[in-house]
Design a protein around this ligand. Structure first.
Ligand SMILES: NC(=O)c1ccc[n+]([C@@H]2O[C@H](COP(=O)([O-])OP(=O)(O)OC[C@H]3O[C@@H](n4cnc5c(N)ncnc54)[C@H](OP(=O)(O)O)[C@@H]3O)[C@@H](O)[C@H]2O)c1
Length: 284
């Protein structure tokens, strides 16, 4: 019989994942703070539960994909939370991007209660979530991770394993720092090109060729046009870079403060719900 999948948090990422679990024939149990968001999924066969606790008691494999440490703590630790509905045989997964402090606390809580826990943050954005082509960044027991491959096949095209629980999140924070740096770097390159009256279409086209890559392409697309709907918000990249700062507190990481300031300024000017790659449009 097919494993039952739980998804707690139906934002851009959780919604896309739930749709693909349904497409692949898994029974899917969902919860969202704003329940009406689940209507579309219920119409496709998902079961809406009254609490994260109920998701955990109904499903075998539970993904948490809410916003930040605050929301994650609430959905794991509250009396109606995932931990209250879990048992040793369930596989509990944190897929939101969270701080190292909170993920380590959550790992310890699960260990104390004998629960199986993996941190599996995501990369691939809205398109990756909606098309089932995410990249999964795993930490946890390698045997558990290996056994989840049929579940991963519904949502991902690539799976990276970084070691024990907590390593997936550590990698994700490094990745988001580097991606944010690349987006802001693209904006700086375009600023120079503009000041020297170069053809911005040509310059950006050439940058997409080399250095190239997914992030240069996203940065170029958003340089000329806003995203509707967005893929990943400025609010959440500020959150991630803040977690990176805590994580790297003992280190002198070049450019981290600069990148965080650029995104924080955009957030404080009311652009939190804009796409993170639109930041260069806002700064022009
Ligand atoms: N979008 C991306 O490209 C991307 C890629 C990789 C990782 N991530 C990470 O994945 C997570 C979700 O991102 P997203 O883009 O899907 O965000 P989103 O669209 O803004 O969705 C956020 C989700 O969190 C829920 N939420 C917010 N505050 C809550 C609270 N206090 N209690 C319970 N639930 C709460 C929201 O519920 P409501 O519907 O009630 O507001 C919604 O389900 C974040 O940690 C993000 O950093 C995002």
């Amino acid at each position: 019989m097919s494993l039952k999948i739980g998804v707690v948090g139906l934002g851009i990422m959780g919604r896309g994942m739930a749709i693909n679990f349904l497409k692949h024939g898994f029974p899917v149990y969902v919860w969202n703070r704003t329940p009406s968001v689940a209507d579309e999924l219920v119409a496709q066969g998902a079961t809406l539960m009254a609490s994260p606790k109920e998701v955990a008691s109904s499903a075998d494999v539970i993904f948490e994909v809410t916003a930040n440490d605050e929301s994650s703590r609430a959905v794991w630790k509250s009396p109606d939370g995932i931990l209250a509905g879990a048992e040793a045989k369930k596989i509990l997964i944190a897929s939101a991007t969270l701080s190292v402090q909170w993920i380590d606390e959550l790992i310890a809580l699960c260990a104390q209660q004998g629960f199986q826990f993996c941190d599996i943050p995501l990369t691939g954005g809205r398109i990756g979530a909606e098309t089932g082509t995410l990249t999964l960044l795993c930490g946890g027991d390698p045997t558990v991770i290996k056994g989840l491959q049929p579940v991963f096949d519904a949502i991902a095209k690539k799976v990276f394993y970084f070691g024990q629980a907590g390593r997936g999140m550590r990698y994700k924070l490094i990745l988001n720092f580097m991606q944010a740096l690349h987006i802001v770097g693209f904006g700086a390159a375009m600023k120079m090109a503009k000041a020297h009256h170069m053809d911005l279409e040509k310059v950006s086209e050439a940058l997409v060729e080399r250095p190239g890559g997914v992030i240069t392409k996203i940065a170029r697309d958003r340089y000329f046009n806003d995203a509707d709907p967005i893929s990943f918000s400025i609010e959440w990249i500020v959150k991630d870079l803040t977690y990176v700062k805590q994580y790297a507190a003992e280190l002198d990481v070049p450019f981290l403060d600069d990148v965080l300031k650029i995104y924080s300024d955009a957030l404080s000017h009311g652009s939190g719900h804009k796409d993170w790659a639109s930041v260069n449009r806002l700064a022009r």
